[in-house]
Ligand binder design. Structure first.
Ligand code: SF4
Length: 331
């Protein structure tokens, strides 16, 4: 059985931090281990990401620098010139077969940074200097999945409320909208749900919320007045993909009012080639990672013609339901 956080590592410096105390309250039976620096545990040599993922440990730490990173080429910037992300957490409660974090991090354990105020200050300094910012909040993690014990999503929405030139995108595969349901929707926050066909999701997006729960969450959020984005990204060329994506779009049509959806992001699978190599060295249990991808400029993806075929197929399914201007393609 999945049993998270039997052990919690705590950096000495944040031992008495009020947020550390609040998080520890939620995991009273976890064994606590004091450490000097999170990297002593997280970056240790010889760890096995896959084994750690079966029973991840929690690491509470203070981030000391780099509170903002420029958005990566793998993520669409939705035409926003100042596209950045931050890392309030490293790693994720979920376990998607295609997750690049497996190829990027040496550890399957989860780091939570408790010093949000430093992130807030740095964001304000950026806004002061550059005037505006499009910030992806849930980047090397799924932040809404941890909201019950690490309520950062709520805190950042409150932060954004008085900063209209800050646009927040909060992306999730959780069904945890109810944790935000009491909040007043604000125009500069985008709640984004990544969804995949049910059959694919059950196979390769392990531990994520079921498709129906995600759709119900995004439906409720859209009805409450939030800007809601649907992310069909990555589109996966799994067996019967045409049929499974047709079923998915049919489900969206049956459940959602397209006028209440801000946009739909459609993107194909793409990844840093070194990350994929690392992931293949870790696991032979998923065919998805062994597709004969094409490599170009250090990036692996399906071939250009396969990408075009998939993206255009999905676009054609969406056309006639949602206006074309709301369909954002990246491949
Ligand atoms: S939800 Fe995102 S961050 Fe979490 S395991 Fe899946 S792909 Fe990785």
């Amino acid at each position: 059985m999945f049993k998270p956080f039997s052990h919690i590592y705590i950096e000495e410096e944040v031992e008495d931090h009020f947020r550390t105390v609040q998080i520890l309250e939620k995991f009273k039976s976890a064994e606590r281990i004091k450490i000097k620096h999170y990297k002593d545990v997280f970056n240790k040599r010889g760890q096995n990401f896959r084994i750690q993922k079966l029973s991840p440990k929690l690491i509470l730490a203070k981030k000391k620098d780099q509170y903002l990173y420029p958005g990566s080429d793998f993520s669409p910037n939705f035409d926003h010139p100042q596209f950045y992300y931050n890392t309030l957490a490293l790693n994720c409660l979920y376990d998607c077969d295609y997750c690049y974090l497996q190829g990027m991090f040496p550890s399957g354990n989860i780091v939570l940074f408790v010093n949000w105020e430093d992130f807030f200050q740095s964001t304000d300094e950026f806004l002061e200097k550059h005037g505006n910012l499009y910030l992806a909040l849930s980047y090397d993690t799924d932040l809404l999945a941890t909201e019950a014990f690490f309520p950062a999503t709520k805190a950042w929405i409150e932060f954004a409320e008085s900063r209209q030139n800050l646009i927040l995108e909060i992306r999730t595969k959780s069904g945890n909208y109810q944790t935000l349901a009491g909040m007043r929707p604000i125009p500069n926050v985008i709640l984004a749900w990544t969804i995949s066909p049910e059959i694919i999701s059950k196979q390769v997006e392990k531990k994520t919320a079921p498709l129906d729960a995600r759709i119900q969450s995004l439906k409720k959020a859209s009805e409450d007045g939030w800007n809601v984005r649907i992310c069909l990204d990555p589109i996966l060329r799994e067996p019967d993909w045409k049929d499974t994506y047709s079923d998915l779009v049919l489900k969206l049509r049956e459940n959602l009012n397209p006028d209440k959806i801000m946009d739909i992001s459609v993107g194909s699978f793409r990844m840093n080639a070194d990350f994929l190599k690392n992931m293949q060295s870790l696991r032979q249990d998923t065919a998805l990672l062994y597709y004969p991808f094409q490599k170009k400029d250090g990036v692996v993806s399906y071939s250009e013609s396969e990408n075009e075929q998939m993206v255009h197929w999905i676009r054609s399914l969406l056309s006639g339901w949602i206006i074309d201007a709301k369909i954002k393609l990246s491949y």
